[in-house]
Design a protein around this ligand. Sequence first.
Ligand code: SF4
Length: 371
Amino acid sequence: MTESLYIHIPFCNRICTYCDFNKVLIKNQPVDQYLDALIAELEGIEQTNFRTVFVGGGTPTALTEAQLDRLLTVINNRFDITEEFTFEANPDELTPGKLDVLNTHGVNRVSLGVQTFNEDLLKVLGRSHGYRDIFNAIDHMEKIGLNNYSLDLMYNLPGETMDDLDDSLSHIASLKPKHVSWYSLIIEPHTVFYNQIKKGKMTVDDDDVEARKYLYVIDGLDALGYPQYEISNFSMPQYESEHNKTYWKNEPYYGVGAGSHGYIDGTRYYNIKPVNHYIEAMRESGNVVKEKIILEKKAQMEEEMFLGLRMNKGVDMARFGQKYGPIEDVYGEVLARQIAAGHLEQHSGYVSLTQKGRLVGNTVFMDFLLD
Ligand code: SF4
């Protein structure tokens, strides 16, 4: 049984300077035709029960109220969502009208793209929202009782100081969101930031400063009652992102929409990315999958380790055993080596990264590659 479904809305009202997600500027896009294709893809899924559904992007809240209502009505009619129904939102787009539509259709969690509370840094990031929009969106959510929301932030921003991190921490202390995602800015090729760095017009923190900021964020959030549960995710007890845990536990999921990917029966599939090609393919053949990769057992075991070690709880050794056979038979030597190096530890049936291991996570992950 596949517990999770991801739905992709690839439109944004403005393109941020750091973004390399699969998205396009919404202006002049065939949004209604995209929804036709997306709905046809959703209707092709036979399973009707999901524990978690996540609508992400792009920015799903770039859709109009009528478009949101249309999409959510289809989701409601087709699927029974038993636990977590998350919608990604930008603060300036989370109007009372759109929130009403989400609320009416049973969305029970919002992932709010705040990024930073510093107005100047928001401008550097090219975000469409300003400082005040964040509080307006939160006010609107709280007024209708939708108080299960995540604040999604970034650190390691150009020109960011430790005071900016303190400022974000103090806002978290007063707003008391249920969940915080706090990612380090990654400079990706084909972004405005990448080009600015190449031309010497912008610099970002070196690795030491980045590591110091990371530890500062972890400790600061922990002190506020948000223990880390994944490399970049923190929550109050009982409010971890159930949907994202599906990915980290290497469990199957469906992905629907342009550029989405899914993982079903040991096969990863990747949908066509460009919006127009996705629409055309759905119209012409009803097949929007561009590529399928059947993962051999070796690749499945490697992914189980890479993904599972992202979580503080780590990899469930009994679960690994049920899926692939005893973990010691496959990774006995690696586990012994990394535990001796102080990078891994074993506890109550799990193997996980230590604090020291988390700082050199990629090196540890490499050790789990099988010949
Ligand atoms: S709103 Fe999100 S998806 Fe859209 S450009 Fe900005 S970061 Fe990328």
